[in-house]
Structures are given as C-alpha cells and as structure tokens.
Design a protein around this ligand. Structure first.
Ligand SMILES: [Fe+2]
Length: 467
C-alpha cells in the first residue's frame, strides 16, 4: 500500500501512524533536533517493513558518525534491504542503493544517486539535505549551490521546511561568492523560521565573510535555551560566535565560549574536533597562550586517527597531534592519508587526498618550527583556497592564516606581504588582517605603507585598537 509524506511523496507502508512518525522525524532532523532518531524508531515500530524508515535511520546513523555505534548504519541498510524492494517505489529503491553506496564510503556514487532522485523528486527534503552536506564536506563547492538550484523551482513558502531549503540555497550562494544573494535568502529563511538552525548558520556565514561582526554576534550570542534539544550544530554556532570575537581581538570572550560551550562536552564527533582545534590554532596565531587546552583534546583525537572520516577533520587532528608533540600518531595519520592518495578511485578523490596530505604535512612542519617546509606544502593548493578539503570558506581560513604566519616566521617577507595584501582585500573589516599586513610591510621595509595599514586598523571596531 502507498501513503504519502507531508510533501506528497509516495511511501510504501500501510500504516498512517508510521507515516506520522516519519514526517515528524524528517521535520525534527531539518531543525537538528535530537528527537529525530527516536521518532524514526517509532515509525519502524509502527511498521517494521517500512523500507524508507529503515533507510532514513541508516542515513541518520551514518550522519551521527561518532555518536552512533560503527555498525549501526550497516544494520539499518540490511534491514531496509530485507524488506520487499520489488514492491517499493523507484525513489525508495534508489534511496536504499544510495545508502549502500554511502555506507561503503563510495561518496561520489551516493551523490550521483541522490542527484538522480532529486531530478524526479525535487521536494525530497532529506535527499536534498544529504546531497548538500556531502557536496559540502567533499569539496564540491559549486554543487553546494547548484544541487539546490535544480530543486528550487518545486518549492514555495507554503511547504513544510521551506526555510531549510532557503537556508541551503543561502549557504550555497555564500560559498560561491555571492554574499548579497546569500544574505537575502538567509534572512528570508530566518524570518520564516527562527528555529531553523541551518538558516541561522547560513546567515552567520555571510556575516563572518562580509565582516559584519556585530550583526553576527547579535544573531548568535545569548543563552539560547531554544537550542537545548539540538545536536552538535549548537557548538558549531558557538564556534561561529567565537571567530567573530577573535576577529575583534576579544580573546577573553573566545576563551569563555571555548571553555563553556565549544569544548565543554567534547566528543570524538568530527565537528567537535574541527571546532575546538580551529579555535586554539587561531588564538595561538593571535599570540594567545591557550594553556593546557591542546592536551585536553588528546584522548578524543587518538580515537579519530584510527577512525578518520573527512579530509578537513584530518587537518584538525594534525593540529592537535602537532601541538601535543604526538609524533607517532602524527606519522600514523599522515601514512593513512598517503594510502588514500594511493588508492583514489577518481580525480576528485585524488585531489582531495593530495591536498589533505599536503596540508597535514604542513601542520606537522609548522608545529616543529620548520616554516619553510610548511610554506612549500601549503603554496600549491592556495590557488583554490584548499577547497578540495571540503568545509566552508570560514573554516578553511585557518589554513590561509597558517600560511601567512609561516611566511612571517620564516622571514619570507615578500610572500607574507602578498598573503596579507590578499587578506585585507577579502577581509577589509578585520583588524587582525590589517595588523598582520602592517607587520609584513614593516618586515619588507615599507614603513609608510605599514603606517597606513596600522592607521586603517585603528579605524576598525575591535580591541586591537588599543594595541
Ligand atoms: Fe559553519
């Protein structure tokens, strides 16, 4: 028997109760609510032969990553495959095939299947989210926007979770350089549903990239009890708040956010590792003593060297291992990435692994004060802003900061001047950018320009004005 979901897509089940739980779960997942998994479990309980409920549970388990047992996504896949797939719709069958590809870490195959599903069913919200996120984490920046662009015609404000689609589209535009359209769509999404944390997240990215720090802080700061029932997006939004304060030179506030939110309940989940290591690295680049905080990350990082997941996480694992002097684990990490490069199945995987390897080797060299090697490793992939690593412009900025710092420390002053000249063009509202640019100019003997850069810095909002 066929019923339909809240957006009219066919579901093979004869249980209206199961569909009710299914709809509630998809809506909860769209808002990053912790209840999404339990609601899908209730759908399965209402109809144990509900193929899509098993499949979506598999998607959840794979997305939950370190929060779920390693075998959980495979168990859901097998449960979905054990239902009668000859009786389900082509969309449902394709979804199960995509889950198998993803569980087997054939990311590109999964994305191709999801793209195909969306060609026929552009209102399949969860599939749209999955393709959006996987493109994001696997360095396919153009596809972050275009996957939504292909589906957008089928959506309007009367449809459930439209804000989520607006939020994805906003983020896609932002990551492809159109901050104006990104902000327009993002604000529309937040106005439609302030509870939609992907929409809030998209707007926070625009404010970061455009240097609208106070607007970003106003959006993200405060107790936020409404975030209590959300997953790790909460800590990532606090990370966003922290880098806005970092850019203003308010390092006490950054440490406060780090200690009381970002690292407070640190887990091996990849986003936690990225958030924490990136904050500590940025603080040190600004000359802040972070005390024993790197050491506090050792245990969770040790687990992830064995269970690596994303190139961008590898970079942060390397930061922790480099800062804690764990050379054996660093070698283990680098050797594992090198084997990824050796076994890449296509040019995209090759590019991703090679960039991953180069950046992690650069981190290793940087932490051993071998700044010239760090520069040599980082320069080749500078041309595309390390996009092959996945993640956002805001997140990958830490690598550009590292390159600039390495150039200053290696007395490669002309290179440092070039790097920070580029940075003040792209981040003219950043006091730190102007401070580093002024330092590089001074090292090059460009006293007049250095003075002008310092004067420019003093016109900007932030505590570095007193430096
Ligand atoms: Fe983000």
């Amino acid at each position: 028997m066929k019923l339909t979901d809240v957006r009219g897509l066919e579901l093979t089940t004869d249980s209206p109760k199961a569909v009710e739980h299914f709809n509630a779960s998809i809506a909860a997942n769209a808002e990053y609510r912790l209840s999404a998994g339990d609601l899908m479990a209730e759908a399965i309980e209402a109809d144990p032969n509900f193929t899509m409920a098993h499949c979506v549970m598999g998607y959840y388990m794979k997305s939950a990553e370190a929060f779920a047992p390693p075998e959980a996504s495979m168990e859901s896949l097998l449960a979905a495959e054990a239902t009668d797939l000859s009786k389900v719709t082509p969309r449902e069958r394709a979804s199960v095939a995509a889950l198998r590809a993803w569980v087997e870490n054939r990311q590109d195959d999964a994305i191709a299947i999801w793209d195909s599903i969306l060609d026929d069913h552009p209102t399949d919200l969860l599939t749209l989210q999955l393709v959006h996120y996987r493109n994001f984490w696997h360095g396919k920046a153009i596809a972050i926007k275009d996957s939504v662009a292909r589906a957008f015609h089928a959506w309007d404000a009367s449809m459930p979770n439209f804000s989520n689609v607006l939020g994805m589209y906003s983020f896609g535009y932002n990551e492809n350089g159109d901050k104006v359209r990104g902000l327009e769509l993002g604000l529309q999404a937040v106005e439609l549903n302030p509870d939609d944390l992907w929409a809030v997240h998209a707007v926070s990215h625009v404010y970061h990239d455009t240097g609208d720090k106070d607007k970003g802080i106003a959006l993200l700061s405060g107790p936020k009890p409404e975030w209590d029932d959300r997953n790790a997006i909460r800590e990532h939004l606090r990370w966003h708040e922290s880098i806005l304060h970092w850019d203003k030179g308010d390092y006490d506030r950054v440490l406060d956010l780090y200690d009381n939110h970002i690292a407070k309940a640190i887990t091996p989940f990849y986003l936690d590792i990225q958030n924490t290591a990136a904050v500590l690295w940025r603080l040190e680049c600004a000359g802040v003593d972070v005390g024993s905080r790197w050491k506090d990350l050792s245990d969770v990082v040790a687990q992830r060297v064995v269970t690596r997941n994303l190139p961008f996480t590898d970079v942060h694992l390397a930061m922790v291992l480099g800062r804690t002097g764990e050379k054996d684990r660093m070698n283990q990490l680098i050797s594992s990435i090198r084997s990824d490069a050796d076994t890449a199945r296509n040019s995209h995987e090759m590019s991703s692994a090679e960039t991953d390897l180069a950046v992690c080797e650069a981190v290793d060299a940087f932490c051993q004060a071998d700044y010239k090697t760090a520069i040599d490793k980082l320069l080749p992939a500078r041309w595309n802003g390390y996009r092959s690593l996945g993640a956002s412009d805001a997140q990958r900025d830490v690598i550009s900061v590292m390159l600039g710092q390495a150039a200053l420390k290696a007395n490669e002053n002309t290179l440092a001047r070039s790097i920070f000249a580029q940075r003040v063009e792209s981040k003219p509202a950043s006091q730190l950018s102007w401070l580093w640019y002024a330092t590089a100019l001074e090292e090059c003997g460009n006293e007049t320009e250095a003075q002008q850069a310092r004067s420019r810095m003093l016109t900007l909002d932030g505590s570095l004005a007193a430096a």
